[in-house]
Design a protein around this ligand. Structure first.
Ligand SMILES: *Cc1c(COP(=O)(O)O)cnc(C)c1O
Length: 388
């Protein structure tokens, strides 16, 4: 992979991904390549691309750009975040192999590992990775793969990637970090010891809530090549048009992430001092689990936060109905501000008792702060809080 970008900063790499790669017309923005097949140069001699399930030029440009952003040797773009995690599971794990995953990992990952382990594809153990004794106990079972997800959803708990990666490596496990919430702008897991980074590109990397995609970024080229064999084998890959849109979204990644984070910090300040808010969760707060780790591990605290409303069950629908800008929807990382009620939305598949144990109360709301003007965002929250 091109190494001349090694000394460029993240923002520049993101803006310039795939620019000036068109030799035919000299177009600055790369062309979209919908073709499923590529003409052989001659008998028994294929070109760089032959069949689009395996690889195609539009997808390749995204893979190269995100690999550079994360500091990896190579990347594989898939059709959504879940298919990236599925792909790595299929490629790496055999029956009796163990995956250790966080007890509060993304709901879709929890469901995927659980359902596949119930069918005997591999074994899974969910642990609270901030509990060092529980983690050590799980690692003593010699897992093949350890998934880390930090900050967690929806309580933004932070765990130490470097420490966990080291312990996992000591027992021979590979370390996969889901970096969806932070993006490479705010956190670089490969530098902290991870072997593989995954993203739901559906969220911040695209940033415009108009496509699904996922990615795996590898520290090691050989592992990437092995997993690509599986990607082609099972067919997990993204369309050219979505790849093109994703590359377009990536150009503004650093600008979006930094401004959304600034907005979020102001929302946190506002909510933390409001009498109708019982508690705020954000890695910037000293009360948040892992705040000290976040300070050294992350370049910023991010634009996701959650909070508990004071009052009983009937304040929730009133407050949500009164909001004009924050939209009740369950994605995150887009330019638009979204609000989510985990108990009835993202975490409704988990029993009420398990939610309680995990600290997800019925009064909890999660916000993904967007790029709207901060004055309007604060005014919207202010007027909605006045109605409850
Ligand atoms: C959304 C999300 C996923 C799954 O991604 P999809 O693109 O929806 O399949 C995985 N991990 C995290 C942290 C997510 O937020």
């Amino acid at each position: 992979m091109a190494s001349q970008s090694n000394n460029l900063s993240q923002g520049t790499i993101a803006v310039r991904g795939g620019l000036n790669t068109d030799d035919q017309y000299g177009s600055v923005v790369p062309v979209i390549t919908p073709s499923t097949c590529y003409r052989y140069e001659e008998f028994a001699k294929s070109r760089e691309f032959d069949y689009a399930r395996k690889a195609n030029p539009s997808r390749r440009l995204v893979e190269e750009t995100v690999a550079k952003l994360e500091g990896g040797a190579d990347a594989i773009l898939t059709n959504c975040g879940m298919s990236a995690i599925h792909l790595i599971s299929v490629a790496l794990l055999a029956p009796n192999d163990l995956v250790v995953a966080p007890h509060d990992c993304y709901g879709g990952s929890y469901r995927l590992f659980n359902s596949l382990s119930q069918k005997g594809y591999f074994k899974v153990k969910f642990v609270d990775q901030s509990d060092l004794v529980a983690l050590q106990e799980a690692l003593s079972l010699h897992p093949k793969l350890v998934l880390i997800e930090t900050p967690s959803n929806p309580l933004l708990r932070v765990v130490d990637i470097k420490k966990i990666a080291q312990q996992a490596h000591d027992v021979g496990a590979l370390v996969l970090v889901d970096n969806t919430f932070m993006t490479p702008i705010l956190q670089k897991p490969l530098e902290l010891g991870a072997d593989i980074v995954t993203h739901s590109c559906t969220k911040f990397l695209n940033g415009h809530s108009d496509l699904l995609a996922g990615i795996l970024v590898f520290k090691d080229q050989q592992l990437a090549t092995d997993v690509l064999w599986w990607a082609n084998n099972i067919g997990t890959l993204t369309s050219s048009f979505d790849s093109y849109l994703l590359l377009r979204g990536l150009r503004t990644l650093a600008a979006r992430v930094n401004l959304q984070q600034d907005n979020a910090q102001k929302v946190v300040g506002f909510l933390a001092n409001h009498p109708k808010i019982a508690k705020v969760f954000h890695p910037s707060l000293p009360t948040n689990l892992g705040h000290d780790i976040a300070k050294k591990q992350q370049k910023g605290f991010g634009s996701l936060l959650s909070f508990e409303l004071v009052g009983d069950a009937d304040v929730m629908p009133k407050f949500l109905k009164a909001l004009n800008i924050f939209t009740l929807a369950q994605s995150l990382g887009g330019v638009e501000s979204l609000i989510c009620h985990p108990a009835t939305m993202t975490h409704s598949g988990i029993s009420a008792e398990a939610r309680k144990t995990a600290g997800i109360s019925d009064q909890l709301l999660r916000i993904s702060v967007g790029l709207e003007d901060i004055t309007d965002l604060l005014a919207d929250l202010q007027q909605a809080l006045e109605t409850v």
